[in-house]
Design a protein around this ligand. Sequence first.
Ligand SMILES: [Fe+2]
Length: 220
Amino acid sequence: MTPDYKMQVVAPFSPIIMKAEAPLSVVTALNQRIDRIVAEKSERQSREWGQHLAGNLSAEVRMTDIIRAMPDLTDFLYDVARTYTYRCENVLLNYSGYDDTEELKDKKLEIQIKEGWANDMVAGDFNPVHYHQGCVYSCVLFLKVPDDYEAEFQAEKHRQNSVGCLQFIDSRTAVGAKNLFMVKPVVRDFYLWPSWMLHCVYPFRGAGIRRSMSVNLAVL
Ligand SMILES: [Fe+2]
């Protein structure tokens, strides 16, 4: 039996990423709305958001007003962002000697949607390394992948399979910590991270659309 060395993991500096699954109804509603935007020239032009973004993409359209008007979506975003905040704070508070962190649940925590946009990528599109300014959290919801994406992903034999993937980058490396973290897009999968964290999206080669929605959040 291991002696009681009072061992505990202390991870005050580790950036934490939250993964969740968005409701199917939200994904369906978003896809229907984005399909209408990209098919309608004047709305697509009025919502063009590419000049504000790092991406090299076929379409980046502003969605902030649409996101704010979808209660199921805003509830989902607020729930995940609040839970993320509470869990991060609990990790620190527990180490600081707080026995009871229930107080956090009563704390008023307002999550604000700063801006959101949809990203449509076709073969060859990519999003170079960047981070998001003017917010606390950033998040992505995967809405569509090309029909043959899985086959293309499985056929990729390079040591680091990056086909159509999102990658997070942290400059440090250590035992038990990655400095590169690859995320394969899966429809309904949602990730939330500290907005300063560098990330990029790699291209794919097949036909079809890879669609995601990005949202920047503030915590008040
Ligand atoms: Fe981004």
